[in-house]
Ligand binder design. Structure first.
Ligand code: GNR
Ligand code: NI
Length: 167
């Protein structure tokens, strides 16, 4: 397993739309393992493949306090949503930024596991928020897209400069 580099906003690769997984092979399982390792090493509660520059519909999540409840979603689709809730979000691809975002309070997601078997999962609280945040990544969408132009402009300026310094 290996820790992979996480892309940072405003890297244009974060805007790519991910395509479905059709091959449930050893390479996929290696990628999933690397994504969990990267997520845990970064203290994140979720990670989308898009963030490690793999533009496939793969998400890993662990919202448990003791980090022992891994969830892997392949080709996930939200098939039901209810309620509205506002929560503070952050993103490993938008470091140092935490802002309130409105999401559905409860979602049901249909997905496949690492072996291609279909399952559904109903989630609320932080897990529901995280699922919606990760599925956005697969569409090339970031949580800062929901903020005002003014806030997004400030964030863009700050992170664009940080990126320039890092290169
Ligand atoms: O680690 C993360 N924390 C978080 C907090 C509130 C809402 C969403 C998230 S996801 C984020 C990890 C990440 O960037 N996943 O794409
Ligand atoms: Ni994110």
């Amino acid at each position: 397993m290996a820790i992979r580099q996480v892309l940072h906003y405003p890297d244009p690769r974060l805007r790519q739309r991910a395509t479905p997984v059709d091959l449930f092979d050893a390479d996929l399982r290696t990628l999933i393992g690397d994504m969990f390792e990267t997520m845990y090493a970064s203290q994140g509660i979720g990670l989308a493949a898009s963030q490690v520059d793999v533009h496939r519909r793969i998400v890993v999540i662990d919202v448990s306090a003791d980090r022992t409840t891994p969830v892997c979603l392949i080709n996930p689709e939200i098939i039901h949503r209810e309620g509205v809730e506002e929560r503070e979000e952050g993103c490993l691809s938008v470091p140092g930024v935490y802002e309130l975002v409105e999401r559905a309070e409860r979602v049901t997601v249909r997905a496949q596991d690492g072996n291609g078997r279909e399952f559904t999962l109903t989630a609320d609280d932080l897990l529901a928020v995280c699922i919606q945040h990760e599925l956005d990544h697969l569409e090339g969408r970031l949580f800062i897209d929901y903020l005002s132009r003014l806030k997004r402009g400030r964030i863009h300026k700050k992170l664009e400069k940080a990126q320039r310094v890092a290169l």
